[in-house]
Design a protein around this ligand. Sequence first.
Ligand code: SF4
Length: 175
Amino acid sequence: MQDFFTDEKINQSAFIDVSDMPFTEKAASYCKANLCGRYGRSWSCPPAVGDFNTLKARALTFDKAFVFSHKGDIESFSDEKAMDSLRDETMEILFSFCKKLKEKNISHLALGCGSCNFCKKCTYPDSPCPYPEKAIPPVEAYGVDVSALCEKTGMTYMAENNEVTFFCIIFFKNK
Ligand code: SF4
């Protein structure tokens, strides 16, 4: 699968057995703290997406996971436009992998960086999500401790200077 998950924009990447994935209730609780303001406002986020135990159980139905990071320099962390643009670039990489997996009929589950922002205004909770394939939940919703994941895989968690790093995960069934 190494050749499958290639994109020159990727900074670092690793494969990990899903049984080694560091799921913690503490990491999942950050969503409820609602620092991003998206808790209870998107089909892709808690509580709509499911509770920690349900999501962890769903992830554990897969056996392997591919993790990747994408980074960029941003002059000011308060520059939301630049942050959104880097995040969108990261999600495009993730979407391209999902497309390839779908074409190959490989069962998978993708976790992205941040809440789904595909629509100008999320339809939650008034009507069903019209684009479920775009409604990718964030890594945090599944309670993945990204810092611990980086320690396990040898990936770099801490960014330097003005760098911002986004992480995505794809769980898949290793045929
Ligand atoms: S695709 Fe649209 S409706 Fe669905 S979760 Fe994303 S923003 Fe909400």
